[in-house]
Ligand binder design. Structure first.
Ligand SMILES: [Zn+2]
Length: 243
């Protein structure tokens, strides 16, 4: 019990230090050009709209053992929102429970899923000066050894540069010995293609990998993921003139 508590305390201290390093980097680069007009006096403040992918009857990707991504997406998203708010960043969440945001009266699941995605687009685009941060889990059953977190970016201004910084944070905090590169989102991802502002999608891990599926369900690992994502975002907010 004592050992467990000490381990937990150690982890929390470590987590705080990691997050503080992210914040410290932001403060240190405080004179850099803000990325998304976050500090302009005449425009609305930047809002990070966090999208926990799927929900309700749409569980998203499923592991061979039956673990759905939707609950993991929500757990990580809530943590990212808490950390960003703690750092003073305005956020909004597409959902805060295990629900769909589509029209539940439609006849087929396909229609309800389409409605859900269109509503998500509308929710993001209704927020002035928004940045979409979509949280998902990956699956590649043909390669059960594949694992790790990867960042995707859309065509919006600054998204590619932010994705690079966020991928760096995830490579350091999550992908030890398994470095990944950020990629442009495929056209098939409706939400990311139809939002008018910048969009980032994080595939936190692979449900087709048995060990990673266990980690992804762990609250401690979910917090580690969220800390890396939040620290990456905060660095990206102020880093580089090209954002
Ligand atoms: Zn998904």
């Amino acid at each position: 019990m004592i050992i467990l508590l000490r381990k937990r305390d150690l982890f929390l201290s470590l987590l705080f230090c990691c997050f503080a390093v992210g914040l410290g980097t932001v403060l240190w680069k405080g004179n850099a050009v803000p990325a998304f007009a976050a500090g302009e006096e005449d425009g609305p403040p930047l809002t990070v709209v966090i999208d926990p992918g799927h929900g309700g009857e749409d569980g998203g990707a499923v592991s061979p053992g039956g673990v759905s991504e939707s609950a993991i997406n929500l757990a990580v998203s809530l943590r990212v929102s808490d950390l960003l708010r703690f750092a003073g960043q305005r956020t909004a969440l597409i959902r805060e429970e295990d629900i769909s945001v589509g029209d539940g009266n439609l006849d087929t699941m396909r229609q309800r899923k389409t409605s859900d995605l269109k509503n998500r687009v509308a929710m993001v685009n209704a927020v002035e000066n928004s940045l979409l941060l979509s949280i998902h889990q990956n699956s590649l059953p043909s390669s059960p050894v594949t694992h790790g977190a990867q960042v995707f970016w859309n065509q919006g201004e600054g998204a590619q540069a932010l994705a690079a910084v966020m991928q760096d944070a995830l490579n350091m905090g999550i992908n030890a010995g398994n470095k990944k590169n950020p990629r442009q989102i495929p056209d098939s991802i409706y939400l990311m293609k139809h939002v008018t502002g910048p969009g980032i999608l994080v595939e936190c891990g692979f449900l087709s990998n048995a060990a990673e599926t266990e980690w992804l369900q762990s609250p401690v690992y979910q917090t580690r993921l969220a800390a890396a994502i939040a620290a990456g975002f905060l660095r990206g907010l102020t880093e580089g003139d090209d954002l």
